[in-house]
Design a protein around this ligand. Sequence first.
Ligand code: GAL
Length: 814
Amino acid sequence: MGAVDTQLFDDNWLFSRFGLQADGTSVPEPGNLQNTEIDDSSWKKLDLPHDWAIEGPFRIELTGETGKLPFKGIGWYRKYFTIPDGDAGKQFFLDFDGAMAYAQIWLNGQYVGTWPYGYNSFRMDLTPFVKIGQKNVVAVRLDTEKWDSRWYPGAGIYRHVWMIKTNPVHVAHWGTYITTPVVSDKSATIKMAVTIDNQEESSVVATVNTQIFELDGNNKPGMKVASFNQSQVKIDAKGNATTATVTTIKSPKRWDLISPNRYLAKTTISVDGKVVDTYNTPFGIRTLEFTARNGFLLNGRRVEIKGTCNHHDLGALGTAINTSALRRQLTILKDMGCNSLRTSHNPPAPELLELADQMGFLVWDEAFDCWKNGKKKNDYNKLYDDWHEKDLKALIHRDRNHPSVFIWSIGNEVIDQRDVEMTKHLADIVRGEDPTRPVSNGYNDPDGGRESGAVVALDIMGVNYFFNQQPKWDIDPRYANKPTIGSETSSCVSSRGEYFFDTEYKNWQITSYDSAKPGWGCTPDDQFRTNATFPHLLGEYVWTGFDYLGEPTPYNSDETNLLNFRNDPSKRAELEKKMNELRKNKAPSRSSYFGIVDLAGFPKDRFYLYQSHWRPDLPMVHILPHWNWVERIGQITPVHVYTSGDEAELFLNGKSLGRKVKQAGRDFRLVWDSVKYEPGIVKVVAYKNGKQWATNEVRTTGTAVKLYLTADRNTISSNEADLAYITVKVQDASGLTVPRTHPLIKFKVEGPGEIVATDNGDATSFVPFQSHEREAFNGMAVVIVKAKKGSKGTFKVIASSDGLDDGIVMLRAK
Ligand code: GAL
């Protein structure tokens, strides 16, 4: 929210790409593109957010780890805008939510500043260079040639840009900080610090008033519940000052996972009786307790962390932030029972925190994937010395009022993880800016950080994957009181709808029996067993909720995986051999297989395994595989069942194949591994505590005859950023989805809508996401649509394929 006079600054930019191009050629970068007078008439017109690499093309020779997408290049953006005469005397700021990478900014040819780390948000002060009453031109240079990544980082001004106009006396950037040191059912103590900048030539006395209102789920303020005593502060010329005030809220409504209540602090700054600035700070009231023996307590109630790690891309949209796309992801994760998000491995888009606040997710807010030593040549190591303090502070100042943020993470599997001094130094920076939340770090060396003592500086030990040493550290006096969390777990890999019986890996796909994992990983079931063995763990973050662009392990023809075993020479040698084989074969894979949900947003089988465990009160039962195995008649075809019940009976064509019971803490799926395939109906009846709990069935389908479309929302806003996701199912005559079918589907829109992207979740597809034609992958595809800019009315989305009846869905743009 922030300053009231904030305008989106996304429209009507001009863009041109130099250096490395999409096709691998290079175009020399002309000098002085920041100048006011240059010929930019041929530059591409576009609106932000913009990811210049997502249009591809995918190129087989590019590395899989960054999605085989040509993200490297030098991008220039320019935008002309006029500052009206009436704004004379104001301050002008551009707030960038994120620009990948090495951003440099000029206004009217004059250098304003830089922010190299592509994931952080930053402010540029345009005031000294603005021309009042005239045309201005802002120029932004980005350089991803200098940035290496272990996943697809995207490229460009991929998040929003805002113009903020203030008076010379105004609330500083991220200048409010609210904490709730004492909370009970009767009342909550609210502390607020407000930092005010004075850009006048003389000192001023500013009067600060803040009132607190309830805030509803749609960000609408409601009833006033409290106010702070008015305070006055003297601020030197060109200086700043901070005031701190305290108030109480009676019978506070807590922010919690199911009832994410929030409040809004509305601050006004006055000078000489005149209001000069108004600033809004949403916040929440909740208590956090992290214990070594009794887990994590939210508002006094134990909450097991059922978390997922996620990278920042939005699949077919690339990294260009879009709130409807992100909300869809979080809605799917919530349905699974996920209650926490790890922003691996970088500061997230502000929208993620806003949605987490609104929807009730806890957030592990992460700063870095490396410190002083890079995992890649041009990693954060190049920035560490000059920027780590600024980057950490920026992250914390931006995010510390969000109730969803509950843990700060200073890193992930950093090479320097044993370094006692560096760990302490970074943790101290964090605590200096926000002492109300614990600091953690994700360790892949299970002993290193604890052996060296680096973990002493942290509040929470984050274990990535390796839990076998846990008992030893639980009794080490240095860590006996240190809460531990599974900061990264499982890394199971699978392809939606693919089932293999003689192997786990075939045709660059991976079986969906949820058994495949890399050397350092484990199945979800194994992780659940581990969690049950260490009941004091705060919980886990599964790698990953969604598939993401890049890192298509095990078809990753690069050295990413080696990092996981860098302390184990024999494993390293084995993996190097594997990698060399992969290089020869040129794996076509361009996105990950780790997701519980595929890149198109379709749940894989694993979704139901997590749901069965994470939502024990939801009656559900899921069967795999599908039952279209014409070539397997008479062959053993194992059937796995995921249920929140404790027992189930399986039937094939009406015949019972027996009842199986889960042993608590040991079994997380029920397996009938000697089923002989015959076409027909597989039915399951699940029980809980002896009573029928849920049923489900899969049937052998007929041949495909039609396409069937359903939209996740039938009404969207005519605002360009609002999207609807339309699921396409290839169906037989009775409406069953035909699982092993991949027809080419053509999409079109009639009326005031347009296609944004298509996908099908196949990690090996090189069809550009912008294409209006795409094959179904195992019977499904998705088409993402929006209203034409500014148009209202009804539009029709049509999917057609040779030999199949069209699928049609109507949407309304309002
Ligand atoms: C972890 C790493 C993640 C991802 C994952 C794949 O070691 O932190 O970023 O690479 O492995 O399993």
